[in-house]
Design a protein around this ligand. Structure first.
Ligand SMILES: Nc1ncnc2c1ncn2[C@@H]1O[C@H](COP(=O)(O)OP(=O)(O)OP(=O)(O)O)[C@@H](O)[C@H]1O
Length: 642
């Protein structure tokens, strides 16, 4: 059956030439709309399989506005654009398009972009449905499990961890009962939680919980799950605090609330809170909705279980081996919210064959994460083959990846298998993918797409079965803009991205990492060494441009040189100019322009580059978008931040 494409383009000639190319290739043209309104009207009848939409359209609404609707309807779309104004591109990127086509279009690029969009969308749908299936199975098991109330709630919380990010969760098992029906957990590790006594109104960090009774009253009017992220979440808290309804919960940046119904009434609920901004998306809502009835049945089964709650005065720390404990992740130290987010993603995607792209600065631990992903996948026990795309001379990359036949080039005295064939059945780790020469990128794209390769000098195609995991410390979008990386390869690799944030953004992990490296080095050198409080403070105050690798090397050096059992102070590396990210260590007084610049940049970061409308930086800074744009121009701010 041919795929239906909707073209949203106000230039007749461009729309017409697209339509001719697509029809020739067997696509069905679902329609051509000149405006967003026309497109929405057309889509009311039926759903197209994919939409090609111009970013700039005549009329009040732009292609970016349409994209938001398409995202909600789960229809893949590709932007058409002639303008590469970086701010607009960033706004467009934030809507998670399935591709970009830059005018004037070339036939091959159009077909490639459509092909990739459809592939990514299909992979996304497959991933969502396997997640739903997996979660349903876990919930079914918990429903049928024998156990006391809190034991069952705990299993539920653990099961949900793999599917939904949260730092706190409130399980309200009966909203008509007093607070003893409520379970509040704080997540403190990959598989560790603190259960709070219902009478406590502060968590272990001294944060205030939402006032439960008020939240209940407010929320029971809502029958469908909803989420609030970042700015919207804070505004919601502020409004409700002003109305005296919900206390502002400082520290949280995102919240998702899931009402659960019994006899058509909201009867129980789950509320998730995150320190990270933009933690929740429509995909989480879709997941919750797909198991909403089952969740209600699980909580109903909790009500019928034996009550084992004895009003603990202190929070209960829960950690016991279960089906979700992952020893493969144990060597990976650090349980800051950002680190947990990355580990959760690893355990979510590991069982499936999706391509994964791991991003992060040098030394943040990408390789360790990739190895854990392989170990957690069904391909464990099969080959794990690493290719360092940066370390190979250009002339050899191709034969390294795909192998060569005897006599393919001077010196090739025998047939040699490439990494694709060596990794057959297992995982191929393409490290430093951003450095892969352009000539080889198109061959790699074909190999991933067709699942077959050709050896250099060979005439036959060879089927391969490999899972690709790529990693990079480069900003691939910048590489694309500079013409060094293929957009189509980026979209093919970026099906499931995982970002590891730099160490300076997760300084909570420093003590655990330091003691891990002390232990390892101590064992190797036969020394039992600890750190003084001031030495630990030094580690905390440094900005770690080399990330965890730098921390590891620093500790190794000092353990080797240590003359006593305590390291009192570290000889810290000099901060490179421009490498200082710690604001407190900067003694220079800033000018107003510098402060304005920093302030605008932090607002842009928070809003992911969005300038206008609800949740945009203009709204956050209470500036008109045009004023903000001219300030940005004056201060030389572009998005993405250079
Ligand atoms: N979370 C962690 N826990 C323990 N050790 C870690 C962690 N993250 C990184 N390391 C250690 O830090 C070093 C650097 O990590 P790794 O090589 O995985 O970084 P990378 O992001 O792949 O770097 P590059 O981009 O330079 O290849 C390794 O020795 C690794 O064992």
């Amino acid at each position: 059956m041919s795929l239906k494409v909707l073209i949203v383009e106000d230039q007749f000639l461009e729309a017409d030439s697209l339509s001719i190319i697509l029809k020739k290739e067997g696509y069905e043209i679902y329609g051509i709309a000149k405006s967003v309104e026309e497109a929405i009207e057309l889509m009311e009848k039926n759903k197209p399989d994919v939409v090609l939409v111009d970013v700039f359209l005549k009329g009040n609404l732009s292609g970016i506005d349409l994209a938001r609707t398409l995202d909600k309807k789960n229809i893949p779309f590709i932007y058409l654009t002639a303008n590469s104004n970086s701010i607009t591109m960033e706004e467009a990127l934030a809507t998670k398009p399935f591709g970009f086509l830059i005018k004037p279009f070339r036939e091959r690029e159009i077909l490639m972009a459509l092909n990739i969009a459809i592939y990514r969308h299909r992979k996304g749908v497959e991933f969502t449905s396997s997640q739903q299936h997996w979660l349903s199975q876990l919930l079914q098991d918990i429903k049928e499990m024998n156990g006391a109330k809190s034991e069952k709630v705990q299993s539920l919380v653990k099961a949900l961890t793999s599917f939904l990010p949260f730092d706190f969760v409130v399980v309200d098992t009966d909203i008509n009962k007093p607070e003893s029906a409520v379970y509040r957990y704080q997540r403190i590790g990959f598989d560790e939680y603190l259960l709070f006594d219902s009478s406590r109104d502060l968590d272990s960090n001294g944060q205030q919980w939402p006032s439960l009774m008020e939240t209940r009253k407010k929320n029971r009017e809502k029958r469908t799950p909803f989420y609030l992220n970042g700015v919207r979440y804070r505004e919601h808290c502020k409004t409700n605090a002003a109305e005296g309804k919900i206390m502002e919960i400082k520290g949280f940046e995102s919240m998702l609330w899931a009402p659960l119904l019994k006899h058509w009434d909201v009867d129980m609920s789950l509320a998730f809170y995150c320190y990270n901004t933009d933690a929740y998306s429509s995909e989480h809502i879709e997941l919750i909705e797909s198991v909403q009835e089952l969740l209600a049945a699980v909580i109903d089964s909790v009500r019928k279980s034996e009550d084992d709650r004895h009003s603990p005065q202190k929070p209960l720390r829960t950690k016991h081996p279960g089906q979700l404990l992952k020893p493969e992740l144990e060597g990976i130290i650090g349980r800051s919210p950002k680190m947990l987010e990355a580990l959760d993603k690893v355990s979510q995607v590991a069982p499936f064959d999706n391509t994964v792209l791991v991003m992060g600065e040098t030394g943040v631990g990408k390789e360790g994460l990739v190895k854990a992903l392989h170990q957690l996948s069904n391909r464990r026990g099969k080959p794990f083959v690493k290719v360092n795309c940066a370390a190979m001379p250009v002339s050899l990359v191709e034969s390294e990846l795909f192998g060569h036949e005897k006599g393919a080039f001077t010196g090739s005295v025998e047939t040699r298998l490439g990494k694709f064939e060596l990794a057959n059945g297992g995982t191929l780790f393409l490290d430093e993918i951003g450095e892969l020469p352009l000539e080889v990128q198109s061959k790699l794209l074909r190999a991933i797409q067709e699942k077959e390769i050709e050896r250099v000098g060979g005439r036959t195609t060879i089927k391969t079965d490999v899972r690709i995991i790529a990693a990079t410390n480069r900003d691939l979008l910048q590489e694309i803009a500079d013409g060094n990386f293929r957009l189509d390869l980026y979209y093919r690799l970026n099906v499931f991205p995982i970002t590891l944030v730099p160490l300076r953004e997760r300084k909570q992990d420093i003590p655990a990492l330091a003691s891990h490296f002390l232990k390892i080095m101590g064992k190797a050198s036969g020394k039992d060494i600890t750190l003084s409080a001031s030495a630990l403070k030094q580690l905390h105050n440094y900005s770690w441009p080399g990330n965890i690798r730098e921390l590891q090397h620093l500790i190794e050096r000092h353990v080797l040189l240590a003359k006593s059992s305590v390291i009192d102070s570290f000889e810290m590396p000099e901060q490179l100019p421009g490498a200082s990210f710690s604001q407190s260590s900067d003694p220079k007084i800033k000018t107003f322009d510098e402060m304005d610049k920093e302030h605008i940049i932090s607002a842009l970061r928070r809003c992911n580059g969005k300038i206008s409308g609800q949740g945009g930086a203009g709204h956050l800074l209470q500036l008109r978008p045009t004023t903000l744009r001219s300030k940005m121009k004056r201060l030389g701010i572009t998005w993405p931040i250079k």
